[in-house]
Design a protein around this ligand. Structure first.
Ligand SMILES: NC(=O)C1=CN([C@@H]2O[C@H](COP(=O)(O)OP(=O)(O)OC[C@H]3O[C@@H](n4cnc5c(N)ncnc54)[C@H](OP(=O)(O)O)[C@@H]3O)[C@@H](O)[C@H]2O)C=CC1
Ligand SMILES: O=C1CO[C@H](CO)[C@@H](O)[C@@H]1O
Length: 326
């Protein structure tokens, strides 16, 4: 398979394609089963045809089966081989207890119909009550917490690498302090921290910290997640920012391409989601230009530390990552 997507060298000697396809169907939020089935499967097939070789999913997205069907179909068609595709999935909060980690991974492998993952992430640093479904709630509708130490979870993640079930492991939504504590106790370093990163939340400090530790930053919601179910129509729209529009005109690119190139030029790995073939093609056509230093600085100035994924329902959990400065 030929693809013009560059790859990033990770701290364990493996390579990750520098842009990935997001597959969180933001259209159905936390209530599964209400979306049109098949859209993600078609998107992944289109994406592979267009040269995407990195697909991001998670057990909790309920898209693993569609992702797996699409990849396996493209393997059957001879478009790609398994080793060409970089598959990322995530351990959900209800499976942090060490005895549950391997079973959760096996469920993901079965859903994806693949013998191994390229990368497995701890989805959030905080745990939820085990064995009561994916969203355990009390009679008031509040999420029920669990207090498993993520270091204990990590030790099980390391064993998955030892056993060849996952090539790399990483973290998601970890703050600097949490990453620091993990590193102090880890035998295998995380290759990435997947966090929200977009023009209103540029993550300057976390990005610098992660770089100093040899950990990449994977940028989720890089387009500002415009289809999130909790969208507030009064909020400014990232892709309509005057700075973004004027740079789009200057470089003869679209606002989305500017937002994505901003991540690439900062050494991040963006994972935009699209189920539309034209936009999929647009989002990957960002390797024929570069933002100059002044323009990067102008984009940095759009930062307002605005999280679209504030995770407020977990704010009282002791491992809630966003009580830390970054
Ligand atoms: N680790 C974590 O906790 C999290 C991880 N993620 C991951 O990150 C991925 C990306 O984040 P996500 O929240 O989906 O948000 P994104 O910022 O990627 O935005 C996706 C939305 O933008 C639209 N879009 C895509 N391309 C364009 C374009 N060129 N111009 C205009 N609009 C466009 C899409 O619509 P359309 O499909 O119609 O093109 C979709 O509605 C997720 O899918 C998921 O895989 C996301 C949230 C949290
Ligand atoms: O990846 C994600 C997608 O959205 C979810 C919310 O609905 C998040 O909890 C999660 O981190």
């Amino acid at each position: 398979m030929t693809s013009n997507v560059p790859k990033v060298l990770l701290n364990n000697g493996t390579f990750m394609p520098i842009i990935g396809l997001g597959t969180w169907g933001s259209d159905w939020g936390l209530t599964f089963g209400q979306r049109e089935r098949g859209a993600i499967e078609q998107a992944v097939k289109d994406a592979i045809d267009l040269g995407y070789l990195h697909i991001d999913t998670a057990l909790v997205y309920d898209t693993e089966k569609e992702v797996g069907n699409a990849i396996n179909e493209k393997i059957r068609q001879g478009v790609v081989k398994r080793e060409d595709v970089y598959i990322v999935s995530k351990l959900w909060n209800t499976f942090h207890r060490p005895d549950l980690v391997r079973g959760a991974l096996m469920q993901s492998l079965q859903n994806l119909n693949t013998p191994y993952l390229d990368l497995y992430l701890i989805h959030w640093p905080l745990a939820h009550k085990e064995e009561q479904g994916l969203f355990p709630v009390d009679d008031k509708g509040n999420i029920v917490f669990s207090f498993v130490d993520f270091v204990d979870t990590w030790k099980e993640m390391e064993k998955l690498v030892d056993d060849g079930l996952v090539k790399s492991i990483g973290i998601s939504n970890f703050s600097k302090n949490q990453t620091e504590r993990l590193l102090a106790n880890a035998r295998i370093k995380p290759v990435t921290n997947q966090v929200e990163c977009q023009l209103y939340l540029t993550q300057t400090k976390l990005s610098e910290y992660l770089r100093s530790k040899g950990i990449t930053l994977t940028a989720y919601g890089p387009l500002g997640s415009p289809a999130r179910p909790w969208l507030d129509s009064k909020e400014p729209v990232l892709l309509e920012e005057p700075t973004v529009l004027s740079l789009a005109a200057k470089y003869n690119k679209t606002p989305a391409q500017i937002a994505l190139r901003y991540q690439i030029d900062r050494g991040h790995i963006p994972i935009p989601k699209s189920s539309n073939k034209t936009r999929l093609a647009e989002n990957i056509s960002i390797f024929d230009f570069q933002l100059d230093a002044g323009d990067l600085e102008a984009l940095n100035k759009l930062n307002r530390n605005k999280r679209f994924f504030s995770n407020d329902e977990n704010a009282t959990h002791p491992d809630h990552p966003f009580n830390d400065e970054y």
